[in-house]
Ligand binder design. Sequence first.
Ligand SMILES: [Fe+2]
Length: 274
Amino acid sequence: MARAHVEQIHRDDVPWEPLRAEGWPAGLEAKTLSRDPATGDLTAILRLPPGWYRPAGHSPTGIELFVLEGTLTVGAARRGYGYYEWAPAGAPQEEWRAGDQGCEVIVFASAGRPDFVPGAALGAAPGAADGRIEIDSTRLDWAHTVIPGPPPGMFIKLLRYVESSGEGLFLASTVPHYDYPKIEYHDCVEEAYMVDGDIRLGNSGLMSKGRYFWRPPYVSHGPFFSTDGMLALITIDSPLINHFVDDPRRSVEENRAEALAQGKPTDYLGGLAQ
Ligand SMILES: [Fe+2]
């Protein structure tokens, strides 16, 4: 079982509720954007009230977060909008304290229910490399996308990439008045949260700030037009290539048969990670 196809919901349409995971201190509220009921893996916006505190500890599954609003002090470092962190399963995580105005983050837990265990981390020796990634994404340079298909005017900031699977998370942006008059599909799951701006997806409406989708492989989508430019967080679970179709009514089954006949997709994102 996997997550259900979510094709565009707005965060305002999702209620605040307790986070569907164990071990997190009380006071936290979550908007669950998508979730696999069998494994508990999920994507959610978390609202941490002012001063909310989480002690050091670890998560038995990998978890990544991106700060959307407010400040979050992680260990001794005060983090704000655009801070990205990946904590692999079992890696030590420092204490968290939300700022005076509270903090809002989006978390992606793609390998199971993101429980939290306070106290010592699993098997991590002091000072050992733990595989954590911490990036202030606002200080990264934009790169031209390396994935063939889109016309010039689309840029990405790669935040995480896994060579063995091709999975990754990146920020994508377009210039205003960006016109990508094609209908595409991919072999991978594609998930997106619109941080700012807009992009119109011809067959599924306007993706405006705060909108979200979780789209299974082989679903046709497009064409695309952005009026004000866009800034989106995108995850993929395996290499992404753009297959193009002329007919928006092409079914998932037709797309899958066509893609599989073409063999293994090229892992273009890996080129950017070099
Ligand atoms: Fe796409």
